[in-house]
Ligand binder design. Structure first.
Ligand code: DQA
Length: 141
């Protein structure tokens, strides 16, 4: 099984960025945790991070041609703004789990709406880095 993990803007700044909300662990540590979990589960995992909306759309489209079986995506701020990412996920129709490190429902009002939730198998939020591992397990089911 091939899973692509996509992270959106500012998630490359984990560890530096608002540690009270996102923790002190870095983006590289996140990738290591996911890679270790995927190895235990026998899942082939690849990673993509971009601060640019169009690049994320390109990565979702490429997942179709690369025959990716499942997508784990944290679109970060684009969660709350991007119809383009929603449309890309609809276009490729690859089972997708949405992940947020923080609990988007208990923060600012504008973070409560996600454009992509309706097309995702599940949305996991507020579980920190563990949410990405849980997302892989959900895709395996
Ligand atoms: C986030 C939550 C978003 O509201 C925010 O814009 C992010 C990260 C999270 O992982 O908790 O950049 O997706």
């Amino acid at each position: 099984m091939k899973v692509l993990v996509i992270n959106g803007p500012n998630l490359n700044m984990l560890g530096i960025r608002e540690p009270d909300i996102y923790g002190k662990q870095t983006y590289e540590m996140l990738l290591q945790q996911i890679a270790d979990h995927a190895a235990v589960r026998g899942v082939e995992v690849s990673f993509f991070q971009s601060n640019h909306e169009g690049a994320i759309v390109d990565a979702i489209q490429q997942a179709y041609f690369d025959k990716i079986d499942g997508i784990v995506i944290n679109p970060a701020a684009y969660t709350h703004t991007s119809v383009a990412i929603l449309d890309a996920l609809k276009a490729v129709a690859i089972p997708t789990v949405e992940v947020h490190i923080s609990d988007i429902n208990s923060r600012d009002e504008f973070r409560r709406h996600s454009f992509i939730s309706p097309v995702c198998v599940k949305t996991i939020c507020g579980k920190g880095f563990d949410g990405y591992c849980e997302a892989i397990d959900i895709l395996m089911q």
